[in-house]
Design a protein around this ligand. Structure first.
Ligand SMILES: [Zn+2]
Length: 528
C-alpha cells in the first residue's frame, strides 16, 4: 500500500475532521497484513483512527495525537508516541496500537527517548457510560489493588470473562495487562522524575515487593531500575517529601483561562492562584500536604510540585491532578463538534484549548456549588473562606495556604449560620456533610452517575443546577449541563432555560465544555 508522505504539509483541524469523520473507518489491525499477526481475534478493532491519520501524525510528530495511538516499530520491537524525536521508520516497518497496553501485550517495549509513560491518557473513553470506561476510571483511582480482575468485574456487575473480552475488543489488551502497563509507567515516572529510593518506588507504584518490581523493570527495559535512573539527568535537588512531575497534555491547552476560572473560585486559605500557578492544600488518608501546578509550555505539560509525607499516595495524587486539569481531553475532537454553533465557534477560535476544570475533592466542590446558588462567584468565595477559617483544620503550607478544607464530620455538626450563611443553605450543607459522613453518599469510586446524582438530589436544597455542576466538575462528565444557569441563558441572548436546553442538544456529548466557553469567554471575545 502506498503512503502519502506529509513532509512540510501543515495540518488544519478541517483535515483531521475529514479523516476522522470515517471516510476510511476500517480498523488498522485489519488493513495491515503484518498487523494481523498481533490481533487477538479475527477483526479486532483496535481504534477508530485510520492508519493514514496515524501515519501523517507520526511523520509530522503531531502532538495533538499524542496518546491517541502508539507506534510499534517491528525492527526494534519498541513502541513510541506520535511525537517521538527518533528518525521515523518506514511505514512497512510500523504498526499502530490504540493503547500502550496493547503494544506491550504484543511484545513491544516502551521507547526510552519519547517515554510513552509521559503521554496523555487515551481520550476515547472519557465520559462514555460504558463498562470499559468505568473500569478505566476505577483503575485510575487505584482499583485492582485488592482482589484483582474478579473483584473489579464484580464491582462493575459483569463476569470477569466478559470484562476481559471487552478490554481485548476495545483496548487490545486484557485488564491485567492494562493495569500492569499503568503500574509500570508510573514506576518509570517515579524512577525518572523523583529521587525516591527504589524500595519506595516499588510500593508507590503498586508492585507490592521490590523483587517483583525489579523483575518487571528488567524484563521491559533490559536494565535494572538503578541503570534506568542513570539514563535521565535529573536537574536540581528536591526537598524532602517533595516531588516534581511533568504531566503531559495534547495541545492546545488554554492555561490562562483555566487559571482565571480557578482564581475567581479559589477558597481563601485552601487554594491560591499567583504568578501563573495554582496551589492548594490537600489531605489524603489522614496525611496532609499541598501541590502547586504551573504550565510547562515547551513540553506540552503541566509541572506539578507535590509535597506529601507518604509516597504510597503519589499514584492517587497524580491521577487526581490529571483529572482536575482535564489532561486527557482531546480538545481538537471536542472543538470539531462544538464549532457548528456560531456563538461557540467564535469563542473556540479566540481561546483554543479550554478544558473542563475538575476538583481535588468532590465533597469540597459540592459545598462550593451549594454556596454558589443564587449569589455571585465573589460572594460564594468569601463565604467559603469564612467556613474554612472557622471550621477548617489549620495547616500552614505557605503564606496563603493556611488551612485544610473542613471534613464532612466537622461540617455535619457545624453551626454554619454563625459565618453568615442563610439558614436554608446552612441546612443543605449540613445534610450533605451528614450523608457523606454516614457513607450514604461517596464521591469516590462512582460507577453509576445517574444513581449518584439522584441520591445527591434527594438532599433538600440540591436542585438540578447544583447536581449538574457537581457532575461537571467532580465527576468530570463532559456532557453535564446546568441548564438553569442564568449566565448561560444571558450569554446566548436567550429568553429562558428551556430555550437554552433546546439549543444545547446540538452540543452533546460536550455540553460541559460549551458551558465553560460561555462562562469564561465574555461577549467581547466574540468581537475581538
Ligand atoms: Zn520513541
Amino acid at each position: 500500500m502506498s503512503i502519502e508522505r506529509s513532509k512540510g504539509e501543515s495540518w488544519t483541524f478541517a483535515d483531521i475532521a475529514r479523516f476522522e469523520a470515517g471516510r476510511f473507518r476500517t480498523s488498522i489491525a485489519r488493513l495491515d497484513p503484518v498487523a494481523q499477526r498481533f490481533s487477538y481475534d479475527e477483526g479486532v478493532k483496535l481504534t477508530d483512527l485510520d492508519w493514514r491519520v496515524c501515519s501523517r501524525a507520526r511523520l509530522s510528530r503531531d502532538a495533538r495525537f499524542d496518546g491517541k495511538f502508539f507506534i510499534g516499530v517491528l525492527t526494534t520491537r519498541i513502541y513510541c508516541r506520535s511525537i517521538c524525536p527518533a528518525r521515523p521508520s518506514k511505514e512497512s516497518n510500523v504498526i499502530y496500537f490504540a493503547t500502550a497496553a496493547a503494544a506491550a501485550a504484543a511484545g513491544f517495549r516502551p521507547c526510552l527517548r519519547c517515554r510513552p509513560e509521559c503521554s496523555p491518557g487515551t481520550p476515547a473513553w472519557l465520559g462514555t457510560p460504558s463498562t470499559v470506561s468505568r473500569a478505566l476510571r476505577l483503575i485510575g483511582e487505584g482499583g485492582l489493588e485488592d482482589g484483582g480482575v474478579e473483584a473489579l468485574a464484580e464491582r462493575l456487575g459483569v463476569g470477569s470473562r466478559h470484562l476481559r473480552r471487552l478490554f481485548l475488543q476495545h483496548l487490545g489488551a486484557t485488564p491485567i495487562a492494562v493495569v500492569h502497563t499503568h503500574r509500570l509507567h508510573f514506576a518509570k515516572k517515579l524512577i525518572d522524575e523523583t529521587t525516591l529510593p527504589m524500595t519506595q518506588v516499588a510500593i508507590a507504584s503498586g508492585f507490592g515487593c521490590v523483587r517483583r518490581f525489579n523483575a518487571a523493570i528488567r524484563k521491559v527495559y533490559h536494565r535494572t531500575p538503578t541503570q534506568v535512573r542513570k539514563l535521565v539527568r535529573q536537574t536540581g535537588t528536591q526537598a524532602r517529601n517533595q516531588y516534581l512531575f511533568s504531566l503531559g497534555f495534547r495541545p492546545p491547552f488554554d492555561w490562562r483561562t483555566m487559571l482565571a476560572f480557578l482564581a475567581a473560585r479559589a477558597t481563601p486559605g485552601v487554594e491560591a492562584v499567583e504568578d501563573g500557578s495554582y496551589r492548594r492544600s490537600i489531605s489524603f488518608n489522614g496525611r496532609h500536604g499541598y501541590f502547586e501546578i504551573s504550565l510547562d509550555e515547551e513540553r506540552n505539560a503541566l509541572a506539578a510540585r507535590v509535597q506529601f509525607p507518604d509516597p504510597a499516595a503519589l499514584f492517587f495524587i497524580v491521577e487526581r491532578i490529571r483529572a482536575m486539569f482535564d489532561l486527557n481531553a482531546d480538545w481538537a475532537d471536542i472543538a470539531k463538534s462544538l464549532k457548528a454553533d456560531p456563538t461557540l465557534s467564535r469563542r473556540l477560535e479566540a481561546r483554543p484549548g479550554l478544558r473542563l476544570p475538575g476538583c481535588w475533592n468532590g465533597f469540597e466542590l459540592a459545598v462550593r456549588a451549594i454556596l454558589g446558588q443564587q449569589i455571585s462567584v465573589k460572594g460564594a468565595t468569601t463565604l467559603a473562606g469564612r467556613i474554612v477559617r472557622v471550621f477548617g483544620e489549620p495547616f500552614v503550607a505557605s503564606r496563603r495556604l493556611t488551612h485544610l478544607f473542613p471534613r464532612p464530620e466537622v461540617l455535619a455538626d457545624a453551626k454554619l449560620t454563625t459565618v453568615g450563611l442563610p439558614r436554608s443553605r446552612a441546612e443543605t450543607i449540613r445534610a450533605l456533610a451528614l450523608a457523606v459522613k454516614e457513607k450514604q453518599i461517596s464521591f469516590e469510586g462512582i460507577l453509576d452517575e445517574s444513581s449518584f446524582l439522584s441520591r445527591l438530589s434527594e438532599i433538600p436544597g440540591i436542585g438540578r443546577w447544583t447536581a449538574q455542576y457537581v457532575a461537571m466538575r467532580a465527576l468530570g462528565d463532559p456532557d453535564a449541563f446546568p441548564a438553569g444557569d442564568r449566565a448561560l441563558v444571558r450569554a446566548l441572548g436567550l429568553g429562558n432555560p428551556q430555550e437554552l436546553e433546546r439549543r444545547a442538544e446540538a452540543w452533546r456529548p460536550w455540553r460541559a465544555y460549551a458551558a465553560m466557553y460561555l462562562w469564561s469567554c465574555p461577549a467581547k471575545a466574540e468581537r475581538g
